[in-house]
Write a protein that binds this ligand. Sequence first.
Ligand SMILES: [Zn+2]
Length: 336
Amino acid sequence: MQLPERPLLLTINKFDNVFVMKVGINTKLPIWYHPIYTDGIHPEARFPRERYVSLINRLINSSVSGKFVFNEPAKATRDQLIIGHDQRYVDDFLAGKLTEKETKRIGLTPWTEDIIPRTLHLMGGAIAALDHVIEYSGIAGNMAGGTHHAHYDFGSGYCIFNDLAVCALMALEQYNLQRVVILDFDVHQGDGTATILQNVERALTISLHCQTNFPFRKAVSDHDIVLPAGADDRDYLEKVAHCINIAKQFNPDLILYQAGVDGLSTDSLGKLDVSRGGMDKRNKMVFDMIVDHTIPTVVFMGGGYSKPISHTIDAFCDLFTAAADANIRFTSVLDE
Ligand SMILES: [Zn+2]
């Protein structure tokens, strides 16, 4: 692991509470990762925990490794968690006192002691990536998370606390940003994000998902764009373009991108028929919009359950590589 690098040239001007930033020489994509992202999940859990360590090893040992700066996140604090969550739920989780019913609804079982520090580091990685783009603009990523099924006072579907909702609320309430878009392209609906942010007008939730998939009782996002089971690249990318248009029109000063790759045809949970190339195209369409409009963006990994898991790793490799390439273009625009 390397220590975080800092941009060498930096000026920050403040206009109407919106920070306008200029980033200098460092154009590498900052990514947050901690070994506990993998090790904090029990080896016998159904969740494919090895995807995290496999992905980081692939990126570190590949020809694109020079495009990234890997950082280790600190733990999020209780005060940060309660920005988006019920205090009772947070305290019960931290004390290891969730009921069996609550734990079962989350999954990731059997739990180990490390599930608590894992959850805190996971949220810490999201917050660190958020802090980075607030301070320096550009793109940053957390190599996990996108925990969109976590609701205000309960977790579900492998999600304990909602990093997207917490980051959106932090950005609006603590960093005084004006408008945040949560662009959720995971194949499952971002139901927890939609419910936590349902009365927050300055946070726009956009969820592109497969209709006949978990969660079976859908929440109401600001925009739910629905795909039928079996949708292919063409159907998918048409809807992606539509979502990007909606995001753009909101004129956000931050995008939180949930970039789940469980829409791949090889995914065991996804039900869609999207190719690796289609998924890569999707990400490039998102990043083109982000660069064209210089919108600071945090990338969250989201779901991916291909069998074999190597297809998921391939697609996430493509994701972070595309983010790194976009970040170079982004920072060069800021330098002009
Ligand atoms: Zn998913």
